[in-house]
Design a protein around this ligand. Structure first.
Ligand code: MN
Length: 540
């Protein structure tokens, strides 16, 4: 192996990047500066992939020089461990603890088994650990929670394919412990959890399809802070356009005084500035329903009164920081790169882009064929009265009570009602669609005078349809708390089952001006759906 240049880490990560398929992006991975005090860090990750191993990683020249140690490091000075020099990893991987999707490079679970600082022990003048690694002998002094004292890594052989075998040993020093075995110390120094704990309830996933800077993705509802009063006031101070700092991002916002929604009677029209303010205020509440999901944007750049259109492909001019997902199954001509609202500023960006209506996929980007919701869409026909629709919704309420299935209704902001049923991932869309079809046909049979099963609207005789066909990949219903394109900017809002009996309920009752006070009063009525560990019962 040739000596490494001290400048630039890009070349060192070439192998890593090739394995992780960064080919679709030009953003360089790696590049986080060392710690502020200049200390070199190390991490040992216990990684259950095809085989259990410990990844020993030393921060050297802006990357993590890495060895896979099958039996783990030991403090026992009488034991030598085989270690395999593997590709450098980006610094962003330093504190990664979570899961790597099955089927991908390194698929499995990872904990931060030990971490701390280190220094070259048998240093040259000046110390050059990169050269030491290249020369096949690295002496280190480690200051971790588990690993302390002096260790030596020595290269023993390099096979024909360039694979390097090394030995790892601990010196006879004050920290040596006879009989010490890594497997007797199975807990993460980051969280106290074991690999089993992390696998059962991972906080993060390493996404191999994006640059390292955003590869560590939260799997938990984001505890996103609200937009501050200062940030909202800054929007109001802008003229018709300007740069707005929101959620730590700088957005170029335009046409702020343009009317996007005509006024409802007795109200002011709704401007783009009003929409952006709403997007910023609702984004932290909406985040758990959008993260990790592709977002289909329904755009109305000329206002809700004009014809809108679907916009799914993230445009080339979109800022680099926007989270995104490349659909690996996209055919030529189909949408390839989708916006993923993994941070609240991304929703504000979408609103500024003219997306008045937000439709997130019901599956997540890591398993796009496995929905996390089964959806029931009570779709009124033109002779369906609001009371008729309430009858249908209440019949579903009774069915879910009878089945002991957790589900929540929401009004659509237009004329309809939907029912969202959370499910643990597993069934594919064919299965959830069949389940919803069977449920709705059973319910619909109680009131045949209200329901048509005809495909075409004109064949339905004005009756309602219980639409199970939206349970399909890349078919979406409007997201909770999304505005709808109608005067006054009505919003699709989760409701309690008891509100079906509220005589003032209307499907477009709430607007972007009234949703936030309602949330303060009632809370997020969809919150119970988040993280629900529910399987759909067999219907007989
Ligand atoms: Mn590994």
């Amino acid at each position: 192996m040739p000596p490494r240049r001290r400048s630039g880490s890009a070349g060192k990560l070439a192998t890593y990047r090739a394995k992780r398929d960064f080919s679709r992006t030009a953003e360089p991975a790696g590049g986080t500066p060392p710690t502020a005090d200049g200390a070199r860090r190390f991490v040992v990750q216990r990684h259950r992939a095809r085989r259990l191993h410990y990844d020993l990683r030393f921060e050297i020249d802006g990357v993590l020089a890495s060895w896979a140690v099958p039996k783990g490091p030991t403090l026992d000075p009488n034991v030598r461990r085989a270690a395999f020099h593997v590709e450098d990893h980006p610094l962003e991987y330093f504190d990664f603890e979570g899961v790597i999707p099955a089927g991908e490079y390194g698929g499995g679970d990872v904990i931060v088994w030990d971490a701390g600082t280190w220094e070259p022990h048998k240093a040259g003048d000046p110390p050059d650990p990169a050269r030491s690694v290249a020369n096949g002998e690295l002496h280190v002094e480690m200051h971790g929670e588990k690993l302390r004292g002096r260790f030596v890594l020595v290269r023993t052989r390099t096979d024909g394919s360039g694979k390097e075998e090394w030995l790892l040993l601990h010196k006879h020093d004050d920290f040596a412990v006879d009989g010490w075995d890594a497997e007797d110390h199975p807990q993460s120094v980051l969280s106290g959890r074991t690999n089993d704990d992390v696998k059962a309830d991972p906080d993060r996933m390493w996404r191999s399809d994006v640059p390292a800077a955003r590869a560590s993705l939260s799997l938990k509802p984001a505890s996103v802070g609200a937009a501050s009063a200062d940030e909202l006031a800054a929007l109001d101070r802008l003229d018709r356009a300007g740069d707005w700092a929101i959620f730590g991002r700088e957005l170029r916002v335009t046409n702020l005084d343009k009317v996007l929604f005509d006024a409802r009677k007795g109200e002011q029209p709704v401007t783009k500035r009003d929409l952006l303010r709403y997007a910023a205020r609702i984004a932290p509440i909406l985040a758990p329903y959008l993260t990790r999901r592709a977002l289909n944007m329904h755009r109305y750049p000329n206002g809700a009164g004009t014809k809108g259109f679907w916009h799914k492909e993230l445009p080339d001019h979109a800022p680099e920081w926007l989270p995104r997902w490349d659909n690996p199954e996209a055919d030529p001509g189909e949408t390839r790169t989708y916006l993923v609202v993994d941070e609240p500023a991304a929703l504000v960006w979408a609103a500024n882009f003219g997306a008045l209506e937000w439709h997130a996929w019901t599956s997540m980007v890591d398993k796009p064929h496995q929905p996390t919701y089964a959806l029931i869409d009570l779709d009124p026909g033109n002779t369906t009265s609001w009371d008729d629709l309430l009858v249908l919704a209440r019949l579903h309420r009774t069915a879910f009570e009878h089945l002991d299935v957790l589900a929540r209704p929401k009004i659509t902001g237009r004329r309809g009602i939907q029912i969202w049923v959370p499910i643990v991932r597993g069934p594919d869309f064919d299965e959830t669609r069949a389940w919803v079809e069977q449920l709705s046909k059973t319910v619909g049979a109680v009131v045949p005078e209200l329901v048509s099963w005809k495909w075409q609207v004109r064949d339905r005789g004005g009756l309602a349809r219980l639409d199970y066909t939206q349970n399909a990949i890349n078919k979406t219903l409007v997201a909770p708390y999304s505005p709808r394109p109608a005067p006054g900017a009505p919003v699709s809002v989760p409701i309690g089952w008891d509100e079906l009996d509220d005589p003032t309920l209307r499907p477009d009752k709430f607007t972007i001006r009234t949703v936030l006070p309602r949330l303060e009063e009632k809370g997020d009525l969809f919150a119970a759906l988040l993280g629900a560990d529910q399987r759909l019962p067999h219907l007989t």
